[in-house]
Design a protein around this ligand. Sequence first.
Ligand code: SF4
Length: 341
Amino acid sequence: MKPDLRALTRPELEAALTALGEKPVHAAAVYLAVHRLGAADLAALPGVPPRVTAALSPAYSLSTLPVPAETQVSCDGTRKILFRFHDGAPAECVVLPAKDRVIACLSSQSGCDCGCTFCATGALGLRRSLTPQEIIAQFEACLREAGEISSIVFMGMGEPFLNWENVKRAVRLLSDSRGRHFPQVKMTVSTVGVIPVIEELTASDLRVRLAVSVVAADEETRARLAPMEKKYPLRRVLEAVRAYCRARKAAVMFEYILFPGVNDRPSDSALLAGLVRDIPCRVNLIPYNPPGGPGGETPRVKAFQLELIEAGVRTYLRVERGADIAAACGQLAAKNKEPRG
Ligand code: SF4
């Protein structure tokens, strides 16, 4: 099978053109045609000399970007977009319009094998990781729905750091100045704590922001809710996060879903504050929304926030969106069905 031009970064495209005896400078026009002008035919790339397309055609293919199977609209304006890729693998992305911005929440995998007990995606298991093209297709679908996207979060289905090569490639493709030119600093990648990839990100030239899902501050509860704790304990994850913040001179975002009676007690807020106080961070508190509801804010949510603030931790209470279409945090669970013939 010929390699897909759509998955090549611009430096790779330049190298490919050079190897074919063409000038690497044409890579900019090819890139623009494929990633911004929506070209679907390798033989007719707008703005690219026919000699260059003729040289590329025998060696490369140009895939068609997948299109969504279905879109659901929430009463609060949130839109959930469902894809079924060529092999039937499902994935969902979400458009979250806020007062002054629009967030695109993208999936990195179809399903997930991390097994977090509170997460509808985790209950599906892993079907497979998504390709860079499938990740980009989600962004393009969100862009078509919203007209404009202010920021991207990799917080949909899957653990992005367990599909890091493809997520990284999608980040490079989306941020290229001849493509969508989407700033890397406006992309946030969320992990439940894959330490080697946090370390790799720290050392890399990527400017994406890091978010870490804390789940619970005590080891026992965390291991019960997020089995990844056994492989990458939170305290070691936080060491890697400290190194990231020092090297990047950046802050990290901690995500903390509040499970009533499980991790929302005063002792939990005290433990959490003790763990993160010395880290430049913001803690996003998310009231738990079980799949099928009811969930949302309990009296402890505001109290928990206040306890963290009083302990000196910057804290933000996230207003959950799209619960009526199961688009809220932890609810994405496109069923693993094959498309109907
Ligand atoms: S919370 Fe994230 S890492 Fe955990 S099972 Fe769900 S998608 Fe996977």
